[in-house]
Write a protein that binds this ligand. Structure first.
Ligand SMILES: NC(=O)c1ccc[n+]([C@@H]2O[C@H](COP(=O)([O-])OP(=O)(O)OC[C@H]3O[C@@H](n4cnc5c(N)ncnc54)[C@H](OP(=O)(O)O)[C@@H]3O)[C@@H](O)[C@H]2O)c1
Length: 387
């Protein structure tokens, strides 16, 4: 049976990996929506290949370029935030949420509210609005299928027992490119070094998050929303080889783990094919040549981001949204060379310390906290730049 796929963030790392899998079994899929932020040329190229009903560019200033690039194809061109939301509501069998940052929140919420199953890569949306998103899914009957490799691993392990039989969830972390670096040396690291992840090939923002370990903190919040076992039952374990993608220990002390090569197409395929499996072109795991698997406790003195995230989700309300927005601003400032690497987490901490946001009652409240946090983070970044 042909399944319809709406792909948000088609031009990114997860988006391209998703389309690689669709190419492997073109007969099985009909792509209905493709979106990007600013990369009109790539979006138009993908649209010409996959023939969706609509292609949406988030940046409204690029509408004319997209319309011209798709002239004569019969593919509808649209632009802007409202067009993304409208596209997310269109009939489909699966929405792949692969936009980076809270920019993906509104379309993902729209898809869930419309009752569409969502393969969720866009962790920032869940971090910022976890309660609202899971409530929207419950209300409409939509399923959230985790794409993040760790959460996808946990999701797969949970097929081996009930959630109330879980004793502990172990989120594994590679430790990033600076795992063994002294804290003092981190002041001098460059964006190029930070995005050079030892195991995974990913977009720039998540690569920097992996280097600060903020990614693992965001994943802790993500896991808390997806797998409600209690925050104190979710642990982080550094595992430099990224072969075990996470583990679930049950009450009988049996631990189930999901293993695989560090290739995002594996968890993406799991989400695309769920509840079945699909063949992939990925390299099978060769444990004999890997030889050994190592584990370490996380070092929260050198990488304080995970503790910040744990405190934010323990406090709840809009704290995680505030933290996430400040982090997005700080990461962008680091990537553009405006602030040093340690200033990313410092900026997030300063924003958190400066103001306690009110408990959000709606998506609009989350957007307000997000905007206020971005403004505050920008002020701290500017102060650092001009210091
Ligand atoms: N990459 C991975 O291996 C991986 C693994 C686990 C989870 N994730 C999560 O998956 C999400 C995507 O990550 P990625 O690495 O694929 O990111 P990426 O390579 O930077 O791609 C981001 C995608 O989102 C689009 N986009 C960016 N800003 C946008 C905006 N303001 N409005 C609408 N669309 C926007 C981009 O379009 P343009 O190309 O036009 O800029 C692109 O299609 C993130 O939340 C990340 O944490 C990624």
């Amino acid at each position: 049976m042909v399944r319809r796929l709406s792909l948000f963030g088609a031009t990114g790392s997860v988006g391209r990996s998703t389309l690689d899998l669709v190419r492997c079994d073109g007969e099985a899929w009909r792509v209905t929506v493709l979106t990007a932020n600013s990369d009109v040329a790539e979006l138009a190229k993908l649209a010409r290949e996959f023939r969706p009903g609509i292609a949406v560019i988030a940046d409204p200033a690029r509408y004319g370029a997209l319309r011209d690039a798709l002239a004569g194809t019969g593919i509808e061109a649209a632009a802007g935030a409202e067009a993304l939301v409208e596209a997310a509501q269109r009939p489909t069998d699966l929405v792949m949420a692969a936009i980076v940052g809270t920019a993906g929140l509104a379309p993902t919420m729209a898809a869930l509210a419309a009752g569409h199953d969502v393969a969720l890569a866009n962790k920032e949306a869940l971090v910022s609005a976890g309660e609202l998103m899971t409530a929207a899914a419950r209300a409409s009957g939509a399923t959230i299928l985790p794409v993040d490799s760790e959460h996808n691993a946990i999701f797969q392990c949970l097929a081996g027992g009930r959630i109330d039989e879980v004793r502990r969830i172990v989120l594994t972390a590679s430790g990033g490119p600076f795992r063994t670096m002294a804290a003092e040396a981190m002041a001098a690291v460059t964006p190029a070094q930070a995005v050079a992840h030892p195991n995974w090939s990913m977009g720039a923002k998540i690569s920097v998050d992996s280097a600060t370990m903020m990614n693992k903190g965001l994943e802790l919040i993500e896991a808390h929303h997806l797998f409600p076992v209690g925050l104190d039952r979710i642990e982080i374990l550094v595992h430099p080889q990224s072969v075990i993608h996470s583990m679930v220990e049950f009450v009988d002390c049996s631990t189930l783990a999901q293993l695989g090569s560090p290739d995002m197409r594996i968890p993406i395929a799991s989400a695309l094919a769920w509840p079945q499996r699909m063949a992939t072109p990925c390299a099978p795991l060769d444990l004999a040549s890997i030889g050994r698997l190592d584990f370490e406790a996380p070092d929260e003195a050198r990488f304080p981001a995970t503790a910040l995230c744990r405190a934010a989700i323990a406090e709840g309300g809009a704290r995680p949204a505030q933290l996430n927005a400040a982090n997005e601003v700080a990461v962008a400032a680091f990537l553009s060379g405006r602030i040093a690497f340690p200033a990313i987490v410092d900026t997030v901490r300063r924003v958190i310390d400066a103001e306690a946001p009110a408990v959000p009652a709606s998506l609009q409240d989350i957007f307000s906290v997000d905007a206020a946090s971005r403004a505050a983070a920008q002020i701290f970044v500017d102060q650092l730049v001009h210091a």
